[in-house]
Design a protein around this ligand. Sequence first.
Ligand code: SF4
Length: 389
Amino acid sequence: MTMGAIYPRRKAKLQPMSGIYVHIPFCVQACTYCDFHFTTRLSDRNAMVKALIGELRAQMPNWSEHTFRTLYFGGGTPSLLTPSELAEIAKVAHEEGQWELNEWTVEANPEDLNPNTLAALKEAGINRLSIGVQSFQPEVLQWMNRIRGNCNAKQAVEWAAEAGFEHLSLDLIYGVPVGDHRRWEDDLETACNLPVDHLSCYILTAEPKTAYGHQLRIGTLSAPPDERVLDEYATLCDKTKKAGFEHYEVSSFAKPGGRSKHNSAYWDGTPYLGIGPGAHSFLDGCRWWNARSNARYMKSAEKGDFTTQRDSELLDANDRFNEALITGLRRVEGVDPKALLKHTGLDIQSQSKLAALLADGRCEWVNGRLRIPEAHWPLADAITLELIK
Ligand code: SF4
């Protein structure tokens, strides 16, 4: 069944286009490096589904002038919910809003995928799966604390392709402190030979409140040297290019037609509604976010008032300028200085450090847009910091 058959496209002429993100805050176990919001207390699952639906019903009337095009279930581990629970949440989102849905992504861990589940996810109307593989090597998965049962990630991806999803994406991590350079080449080789049209490849970062951060602090482990991480990045750019992927954002690689529409809209500054604990929303220059606490979130749902657990900030011109650079300079298209000036009143050309960045090649002008060349993307955050206000 196609997505259009399940969620008929309503004739919607309203603007602007928007997206919805739903955060599913459950995981079976904590990965060594993860500081996302989640709990391993799966017993709250039913109450959480009800709470998510409650927040959707409360929020959607505020978005009546928007047309939603993308729906994204992230986490946590959305694949811990059943396909019918995911469909139940999506159905409410659809009933309460105007839609021209063209991408519904669900993040899934490979161990949750089997032919029956995949068929049910497809039947629910999901057309894009983002599969959290991270590595195909048992040694690396062991260190990441991602071994669950007898999972064969390659097999799970092949089943997903056989199930007929329109788009498949894999998450991979490099710059890990175990294994050698060969392991990253092997992971890339495997990923590039699978029938997927998108790869998200992240450099491992050591967040302070994670097991990895702790291991570095107490000295039981050392982070890989920068040269090795840069070497792995070069291998990544080379292998994905040869396999026909376009490197369109620092961490994102797509075959033709495979770019993530949801994330691209987010990087474009499109308004988005975030549902669930810890989820962020953005509309009319205002950003707000839910508390990173399942208990507070579900209590709000019981009271029917989500506002008390929320925080917000109004973005001024400087914030909007910074946000546009932070998201724009991560992309192959870079930033349009004229649009930036129009939307913020601030001129990127007057930034004092720009001349030096252009002179040493860390920034470049291409077709009137400012961007960071691919070779310098691993340092994109540091370069952007020099330009923001
Ligand atoms: S499965 Fe994902 S969200 Fe859950 S702990 Fe691991 S990395 Fe974090």
